[in-house]
Design a protein around this ligand. Structure first.
Ligand code: NAI
Ligand code: OAA
Length: 329
């Protein structure tokens, strides 16, 4: 095992997602069996006692890869020297709410956390925002951290990506491993666009293999885009284990890179690719190598896809304007 532990910060560590995420990171699911991990857990003061209980359980697992756990309510202390920051801590939505309704409640969390990361995180810190509305919260954190390269910020659309793979695999009766090049475009919201025109099933074009535009437009896209609401309706609480799993997948892709012949969906700062306004944190198809993502270039976008991408990006621009109005960026 390498001698120096990698420091991984998790915010909202006493919450639902945290309860699933911490044990997987501690057991090596993020960094592998040979890399010791030091967990840095941030919570609000009233949740620290509950977090102490979670740490007792982490101790009780005797994970060989867990070198140390520190907890606290001071972001500057918890983020000191961290190599990964998984920003999960934020209020979840309830039934009947859209994720954007959380902007005012949650936006305020990400400006101070961006500032703290800017001050004390390791130079190589990779930041993943899961707390909703994830894209715009990432924009807030990034805008408050001028010394951290913007390429080190991202928001989670991997859960949507995984949902899209799973729905398509079920429709075609194939294993999920047969599906490559899935893309989620835009916002992690009901306007997101899961794109089958560039996805592949066993090496063949997914939209052509499905051969049913009505299923694609009227079943597949809304099922993926509204899956979070369906889970809230069924469980009475928003998705947690699947969100934790996707957060690990996302951060692990940053560590390991993407597989040859495949890509993943990540919400990253737009450079203007595919007509997405520069500076917005929007989901794209990306490849990752040596810890750096690149937006996949050269995909043909037809009129149907153009309309869907534009609608989601317009929502991101509205959210950006709203947080500007709140003085958060
Ligand atoms: N991007 C995605 O795909 C998904 C995002 N989410 C979002 O993740 C967030 C967390 O969800 P849950 O764990 O279910 O919520 P939860 O309510 O169970 O836990 C949130 C935790 O964050 C803590 N917290 C609040 N303010 C904080 C701050 N300033 N610093 C540190 N911690 C703070 C709370 O004390 C609480 O323990 C929600 O915003 C939810 O909507 C959930 C599922 C998927
Ligand atoms: O829907 C929600 O509020 C939680 C979430 O982001 C998801 O499950 O995708």
């Amino acid at each position: 095992m390498s001698p120096t532990p990698v420091k991984v910060a998790v915010t909202g560590a006493a919450g639902q997602i945290g309860y699933s995420l911490l044990f997987r990171i501690a057991s090596g699911a993020l960094l592998g069996p040979d890399t010791p991990v030091e967990l840095r857990l941030l919570e609000i003061t009233p949740a620290l006692k509950s977090l102490e209980g979670v740490v007792m359980e982490l101790d009780d697992c005797a994970f060989p890869t867990l070198a140390k756990v520190e907890i606290g309510d001071d972001a500057e202390k918890v983020f000191d020297g961290v190599n990964h920051a998984l920003l999960v801590g934020a209020r979840p939505r309830g039934p009947g709410m859209e994720r954007g309704d959380l902007l005012e409640a949650n936006g305020g969390i990400f400006a101070p956390q961006g500032k703290a990361l800017n001050k004390v995180a390791a130079d190589d810190v990779h930041i993943t925002v899961t707390g909703n509305p994830a894209n715009t919260n990432a924009l807030i954190a990034m805008s408050n951290a001028p010394d951290i390269p913007t390429s080190q910020f991202s928001a989670l659309t991997r859960l949507d990506h995984n949902r899209a793979i799973s729905q398509l695999a079920a429709k075609l009766g194939v294993p999920v491993t047969e599906i490559k090049k899935m893309t989620i475009w835009g916002n992690h919201s009901a306007t997101q666009y899961p794109d089958l025109f560039h996805a592949e099933v066993s090496g063949k074009n997914a939209a052509e293999t499905v051969g049913d535009q009505a299923w694609l437009a009227d079943t597949f896209i809304p099922t993926v885009a509204k899956r979070g609401a369906a889970i809230i309706e069924a469980r009475g609480a928003s998705s947690a284990a699947s969100a934790a799993s996707a957060t690990i997948d996302h951060a692990r892709t940053w560590v390991e890179g993407t597989a040859e012949g495949d890509w993943v969906s990540m919400a990253v700062r737009s450079d203007g690719s595919y007509g997405v306004e520069e500076g917005l944190i929007s989901s794209f198809p990306v490849t990752v190598k040596d810890g750096q993502w690149s937006i996949v270039q050269g995909l043909d976008i037809d009129e149907f896809s153009r309309g869907k991408i534009d609608a989601s990006v317009a929502e991101l621009a509205e959210e950006r304007d709203a947080v500007k109005g709140l003085g958060l960026i």
